[in-house]
Design a protein around this ligand. Structure first.
Ligand code: TMP
Length: 208
């Protein structure tokens, strides 16, 4: 296990309410139990600049924010997270687990926001040092189950409505079909069932 996961970059992603934050924590805990030096981050966030950008992005006061502004702010927070935290951790041969990444920009701004996934990937290619992780796990959940898991106080992105979030989900599934290093997990079940499925997938996959 140690050899398989050391220096690997793994992302958990999916629609709001898919459970990726819970499952990132559980995965990190499991990797540590296997003796793998592991560190987790959330995107956007985990740097002084990134947390400030996150605050702007999720603040419902800024309901006038354009999709292009969103896209560039998410990308800026990501570039900083890479430079300050992810790159040094991978260089130190740690396993890095990310709660969201470029896949979210593809699904939210690219697909649901209408900017276009190809154009998102092109911008990322030009401004990020590395765009795709070794493995991305998409937690797939239907809209009803997902919205039932959200807190009552919705942030600016969560407030965008059902048809936007339906397109987000479709965007993730489309991306997972296009990219080779993506796996999709049915995340509608209870936490333990989904966690076991994730462990089974990452233990068996030949992608890493
Ligand atoms: P979360 O990390 O708490 O899920 O919140 C981040 C929110 O930002 C979530 O609604 C998804 C959204 N988002 C984008 O729209 N584009 C992105 O590139 C990323 C990383 C997140």
């Amino acid at each position: 296990m140690k050899d398989k996961f050391s220096g690997k970059f793994i992302v958990l992603d999916g629609p709001d309410g898919c459970g990726k934050s819970t499952h990132s924590k559980l995965l990190i805990q499991w990797l540590k139990e296997q003796g793998v030096s592991t560190i987790g981050f959330r995107d956007p966030g985990n740097t002084d600049i990134g947390e400030k950008i996150r605050h702007i992005l999720l603040n419902p006061e800024y309901d006038a924010m354009d999709t292009r502004t969103e896209l560039l702010l998410y990308m800026a927070a990501r570039a900083q997270l890479w430079a300050e935290k992810i790159a040094p951790a991978l260089e130190a041969n740690q396993c890095v687990v990310l709660d969201r990444w470029l896949s979210s920009t593809c699904a939210y701004q690219g697909c649901a926001g209408g900017f276009g996934m190809e154009k998102v990937i092109k911008i990322a290619t030009d401004c990020l040092e590395r765009i795709w992780p070794d493995l991305t796990i998409i937690l797939n959940v239907d809209l009803k189950t997902a919205s039932g898991r959200l807190k009552s106080q919705l942030d600016r992105m969560e407030q965008k409505g059902d048809s936007y979030h339906q397109r987000v989900r479709e965007g993730f599934l489309q991306l997972a079909k296009q990219q080779e290093n993506f796996l999709v997990v049915d995340a509608a079940a209870d936490i333990e069932t989904v966690h076991k499925k994730i462990l089974q997938l990452i233990s068996e996959t030949s992608l890493i």
